[in-house]
Design a binder for this molecule. Structure first.
Ligand SMILES: *[C@@H]1O[C@H](CO)[C@@H](O)[C@H](O)[C@H]1NC(C)=O
Ligand SMILES: *[C@@H]1O[C@H](CO)[C@@H](O)[C@H](O)[C@H]1NC(C)=O
Ligand SMILES: *[C@@H]1O[C@H](CO)[C@@H](O)[C@H](O)[C@H]1NC(C)=O
Ligand SMILES: *[C@@H]1O[C@H](CO)[C@@H](O)[C@H](O)[C@H]1NC(C)=O
Length: 450
């Protein structure tokens, strides 16, 4: 049956490829990698008989006739095996290649289809025979270019029943600025949409997400796009009634938002890492959040209260103190490394009743005796203190700068300065009293004898 898989590929690509070098098979990953040229010869792919992932590279199929010339129907009876993933890499493909491929494999269960570093040329009007939809519901396109999506509404209308069942689409590093409504209107069941590393601007958000689109979307990733308005992003995304997991990291929200906005009530995870934030206020964040990533920003305080928040990532900001327990009553994970916090106390942290993990290395600790003593108690707490003791260093006093907090040994005199001073004062006082008494006695005595 595995031979049938390779036959598909063979016949699909067949012709015209020189320089065959043989496929390589990674048994541990069940991953077979072939150049398209290797497929000229059936023996090349025999090494891959146990693969569940097939990767084909360096194809050049500019002419749609290359594919149409093959007689594919005779293959269908062989196509029975489930295949986890087919990856097509570094190739130039006429869009007809994709259509032919999907038509050919209608009866094979392929879970995921990936195109990496590919150039699609030409346009086809998409159509599948009724009741013979492809089994692929996970599609990935990374670093691909194709004809503009803007006028493709008519071309995809013929496959709306397939698109309506699509579950997972990753479309990254492909210079997309928006998704036209004529296309997005078909994705009635889409769960995951990853649009990271594209060119979405604020207006593109407004054009791509509006009422009634993506009704089932749970995960949306817009990492590393060109968004500058947190408010406009919120307005556009407030239309997604089931959104749970939103990644807006690596955009630029350094301008404070002008108005507040209602996020979808379903939102559980919000990633705002590396977006240049200086302030966040209560009104801007969805109250339903359970995980919030605010790492690598410029926050010096946190004016937010999130009653359900379990994980708070504040790595690399400018905070001078811990967030308040009343604002985050059920916190379990708190990352504070790389801030400006001068001391940590076990009691203060234990006030977060559900805390299980804390990380706070790379802060400028003031290694006074009480701070050092308190921090040495940290390992005895009920939560795990990550990176302790190796990455917690003193910033002051000058003589301890650069020392590990856990190793900081102030002299006995410094730790008990007050006690020492009191003892010295008492001693001086005693000496004075004794001296005075003696002097008085001596005086009296000499006077009497005189
Ligand atoms: C993107 O794909 C093109 C081929 O389509 C390739 O030449 C280029 O190196 C790829 N870029 C990256 C960053 O992989
Ligand atoms: C965004 O789109 C909505 C309709 O979906 C429209 O009412 C609003 O004016 C648009 N905003 C901007 C800034 O274009
Ligand atoms: C947020 O996004 C960054 C990438 O920009 C990633 O490294 C980080 O793990 C994400 N945080 C969470 C909580 O998923
Ligand atoms: C972010 O936008 C502001 C202006 O709104 C600009 O001054 C700043 O340089 C931008 N930051 C980055 C990293 O592009």
């Amino acid at each position: 049956m595995e031979i049938a898989q390779s036959l598909v590929v063979l016949l699909l690509i067949g012709c015209k490829l020189p320089n065959s070098q043989g496929c390589t098979f990674d048994l541990a990953k069940s991953h077979c990698t072939c150049l398209f040229a290797d497929l000229k010869n059936l023996f090349n792919i025999l090494t891959c008989m146990q693969a569940f992932v097939f990767e084909f590279r360096d194809g050049d199929f500019k002419n749609p006739m290359d594919i149409n010339a093959l007689s594919l129907e005779s293959l269908v009876p062989f196509l029975q095996n489930p295949i986890n993933k087919i990856i097509v890499g570094n190739s130039v493909l006429h869009e007809n290649f994709l259509l032919t491929f999907l038509t050919l494999t209608q009866n094979v269960r392929i879970t995921e289809l990936v195109f990496e570093d590919c150039i699609f040329i030409g346009k086809v009007s998409w159509q599948f025979a009724e009741e013979k939809l492809p089994s692929v519901f996970y599609l990935q396109f990374t670093n691909v270019s194709s004809a503009s999506l803007s006028d493709r509404g008519k071309d995809v209308s013929g496959i709306s029943s397939w698109l309506a069942k699509m579950q997972n689409i990753i479309f990254t590093r492909s210079q997309i600025t928006h998704i036209p409504r004529t296309i997005s209107m078909h994705f009635k069941d889409l769960n995951v949409l990853d649009l990271s590393e594209n060119l979405f601007q604020d207006q593109g958000m407004n054009d791509s997400f509006s009422e009634g689109l993506f009704p089932n979307l749970r995960t949306l990733k817009l990492r590393d796009n060109k968004l500058t308005s947190f408010g406009m992003a919120c307005n556009a995304l407030s239309m997604l009634p089931n959104l749970q997991d939103l990644d807006l990291s690596q955009n630029n929200f350094s301008e404070p938002p002008s108005s507040s906005c209602e996020w979808p009530n379903s939102l559980l995870l919000l990633n705002l890492s590396r977006v240049g934030l200086e302030h966040v206020s209560v009104h801007q964040l969805p109250q339903t959040l359970e995980i919030l990533d605010l790492s690598y920003n410029r926050l010096s305080n946190l004016d937010a209260s999130l009653p359900y928040l379990k994980e708070l990532y504040l790595t690399r900001n400018r905070l001078h103190s811990l967030p308040s327990v009343t604002n985050f009553p059920v916190l379990e994970v708190l990352l504070l490394d790389g801030n400006k916090i001068p001391h940590l106390s076990k009691d203060q942290l234990e006030a977060f009743k559900y805390l299980s993990i804390v990380r706070a290395d790379q802060n400028p600790y003031t290694c006074s005796c009480p701070v050092v003593n308190e921090m040495k108690e940290l390992p005895k707490s009920s939560f795990v203190v990550q990176q302790w003791p190796e990455d917690y260093f003193c910033d002051s006093p000058p003589e301890l700068k650069g020392a590990r907090v856990n190793d900081a040994q102030s002299s006995v005199f410094q730790c008990h300065k007050l006690l020492f001073i009191s003892i010295i004062c008492v001693l001086i006082l005693l000496v004075c009293i004794v001296a005075t008494v003696c002097w008085v006695r001596t005086c009296c005595f000499t006077q009497r004898t005189a």
